[in-house]
Each structure stands twice: as C-alpha cells, then as structure tokens.
Design a protein around this ligand. Structure first.
Ligand code: SF4
Length: 430
C-alpha cells in the first residue's frame, strides 16, 4: 500500500465510523465557539465523564463570554472547584476579558488572534477553529499523536517539539475538504474510545486494515515517549485551627498569594517541613517537633494556636509536586507572651532533628514559605472575619460550614475542612 492510499483509507474510514459512533456530548450539540473553548480547556488532563457535570454547571452560570468576563473570580474558581489545574480557570476568564476588549465579545476566527488568548496553545486553537468554524486546522494533543504514531508507525519521541510539528503537518494533510469539524473530533474520539493508551481495540478499529503499527505488532510499544521528570515530594504540616470565643465553631483559613500554584485560592495554614529528592518519598516528621514547628509557624503568621495532636495524613498530587500532609488539630489561644517561646522551641526541636539526620534543615523553616511571594493587595472577600497576617500581607479568615459554599478551595483542603466540620477529628488529643 502506498502512503497516499494509507492516508485516504484513514480519513475516509475514520469519518464514516465517527458519523455512526460519535458520543452525544453537551458541547457537541451546538457549534458555539465559547462552548467548544470551555470544553477543550476543561478536557485538558481531565476525563470526559468528569467534565460533563462541570461543563453544564459552568455554562449554566456563565452562559456567554461576557458573563464569564464580568463574573467575580471567586465565583469562577468556585465553579471549577474539584477539577484541578486552577490556572486553567483563571486563564479562561482572563482570555474572556481579552475577547471583550479586543474582539467585541465575539470569538475571533483568525488563528493568530485565537492563539494570542491567554491559556490557548496550538492544540486548543486548532480545536476551536476546526470544531467551531470548520477551518482546516490540525488539533494535535497526546491522544492524536498516539493514534498517528501507531497508524503510520512513527518512531519519533512525541515529547519532542520537532515530532509535534511533524504530526501537525500530517494531521493537517489528513483533513478531508470541508470536513475539519467532524474529522478532528473523529480523531479525538478514536484516541479516546478505540486506540487507547494501554489496550487498543484493534479488532474493532475502523482503520485497522492499513494500520502499520498493528501490522508490525507495535501497537503496544508506540508511541515513543520519554518519561517526564518525577514530581518533587514535599512533606507539609497543616493546621486545622479550631476557634474559641468569638470564633467558636469556626476554623482559620488563609488565601494563597496572587501568583504561583493555586493562586488566590483558600487553604488551611501549612508549612513546608522537609523537601525530598525528586523521586524519593518525603520523610514524615515526628509529632513532637512537627507540632512545635507548626505552632511556631502559626505564630510567625500572627496567630496563637496550640497543636493538640495528629488528625490525619493526606496526599495531594500536582503535575510537578506531591504534597504529603501531616494534619494537626490545633486550638486557638489567647495572644500571650509565652508563644514566641513555642516558636523558639520549635526551631530548636526542628534543628535537633535535622542535625540527627531525620529531616532536611531549612533556614526559613518557621516562616511561612509564602512570605516571599505574598500579594500586596489580596482580594479579600467581604466579611468581618477578614484580617491580614503579620508582615506578609496574606489574608486570613475564620470560617464556618456556611462559608464553604462561597469560597474556592483546592480539593485537598475542601476534603479536610469538610471532614472537620462533619466531626471527623473530634477525638484528636495529644
Ligand atoms: S488498529 Fe489498533 S493501533 Fe492501529 S489505529 Fe486502530 S486501535 Fe490503534
């Protein structure tokens, strides 16, 4: 078989298959560029089944680009809560504002203009232009590269930029005239349903007859992909500070800085206990120095609290970091002169442990690590409970269960705080 015939076979059979087997997904029911855009951003790193309810709720609450552009950021993050990779939501809103300012609220149809939108890379630009406007633009992501590597028996490393360029050229050539919208979705659908990463269903594949990878018995060894760097492990100590007096029934939360990981989301106060080498698990700290370190850290942030005991362990995996969390229940204390002592003791205990080789000493271990990246003007929500931490400009709040509805938390803190309010850590004592 010649290459031309192999390409023709792929395009024709794939398209025929898709027209019969395509899934009915909410964003496919209209050729609305905004819906395509939102769905493509949500689908990055996230499964279709997970995305569907988020998409429906998001579009229900922000039905137009204008509605998204004008919404408070807190609302947008709240609608994204649980999907992860929150910079996607912030970029989406920033780009909606770009569309309002530069394009009168209409999604541009020009490749450069779409590509210039915040958070839109070559794949998303290609997906928007082809799916919403039927323009013959390739939309090449990891799934598409896997299918093309196998079908055309391409041995190039798909992590390399040069391979992506090659794949984009090839994918562009495969689009049948006037059928970009259906063809690109067909290619994505084949990668999602048939030519799957670990167990491709070659026997039911619409292009199996001329698939070079299958014929060569290489369907399981392609694509070639160099391993990404393993995420960096971090051991962190987390405080669930239980309020007293005016704060009875509430816990202390703080808002992350304006930039960096999980920017502007709310979290429980926590401090880095010890980093570990990439690929190695971070070692837990013994409870005594951990609690002393946490008390010292909270004091440095302007809060007097006494750790009562370990509530739970938890883990949260980001693409480049793994947090191993030791979560301690703490009780709010009066601001007395004794607490600086706790900070000093914390430092001494921590250094002693570090000297014994049980942890890696950090010169700023009792200071909140966020101090270096703090916001000068944090966007504090309305409320009497809002205050600024000592010296670093971060915003803190005492919250009750009712506040969980309005504020956006990363998943891990949402779970911990919800568990606390549900009474999960009531028995914790030193
Ligand atoms: S025949 Fe197998 S390897 Fe080839 S494209 Fe289809 S599912 Fe993928």
């Amino acid at each position: 078989m010649g290459l031309m015939e192999q390409k023709r076979h792929f395009s024709v059979n794939l398209l025929d298959w898709y027209m019969i087997n395509r899934r009915d997904l909410p964003w496919r029911r209209h050729n609305n560029p905004y819906f395509t855009w939102v769905s493509e951003i949500m689908l990055q790193q996230t499964r279709v089944d997970t995305v569907i309810p988020y998409f429906n709720r998001f579009i229900g609450n922000f039905p137009t680009i204008q509605a998204l552009a004008e919404a408070p950021e807190e609302d947008v993050l709240k609608n994204w809560e649980g999907l992860g990779y929150y910079s996607r939501a912030r970029n989406l809103q920033a780009a909606a504002r770009q569309v309002m300012e530069l394009h009168g609220g209409e999604m541009p149809q020009d490749k450069q203009a779409v590509f210039a939108l915040k958070g839109v890379g070559p794949y998303t630009a290609g997906a928007i232009l082809s799916i919403a406007f039927n323009q013959p633009q390739p939309a090449v992501d990891g799934n598409v590269m896997r299918v093309l590597s196998r079908y055309f028996l391409i041995d190039e490393d798909i992590m390399k930029g040069s391979t992506r360029v090659l794949m984009e050229e090839l994918a562009g050539e495969l689009i049948p005239e006037g059928r970009a919208r259906d063809f690109n979705q067909a290619l994505m659908e084949l990668g999602a349903l048939v030519c799957t990463p670990k167990a491709p269903h070659c026997l039911t594949c619409p292009v199996m007859e001329q698939c070079s990878g299958r014929i060569a018995g290489r369907e399981l060894t392609l694509p070639v992909k160099t391993k990404a760097k393993p995420p960096r492990p971090e051991q962190r100590l987390v405080a669930i500070v239980e309020g007293r007096g005016d704060h009875h029934g509430q816990v202390l939360v703080r808002q992350r800085p304006d930039t960096g990981l999980l920017a502007r989301m709310w979290e429980l106060p926590h401090v880095l206990a010890a980093p570990a080498a990439a690929g190695k698990k971070a070692a837990p700290l013994a409870d005594e120095p951990a609690m002393a370190l946490l008390a010292g850290s909270l004091w440095a942030e302007g809060f007097a609290a006494r750790p009562e005991g370990l509530a739970t362990h938890a883990e949260h995996v980001f693409s480049h970091i793994v947090w191993s969390l030791q979560v301690y229940k703490c009780t709010e204390q009066d601001q007395t002169g004794e607490l600086p002592l706790i900070a000093a003791e914390a430092r001494a205990a921590y250094d002693a442990q570090a000297a014994a080789g049980e942890a890696t000493a950090l010169s700023s271990a009792v200071l909140p690590e966020s101090a270096a990246t703090h916001s000068s003007e944090p966007s504090a929500p309305e409320g009497q409970n809002v205050r600024t931490g000592k010296g670093d400009g971060l915003t803190y709040r005492w919250i009750g269960p009712e506040d969980m509805e309005k504020m956006a938390f990363p998943n891990i803190f949402l779970k911990l705080i919800s568990s606390y309010f549900a009474g999960a850590y009531e028995d914790v004592r030193e």
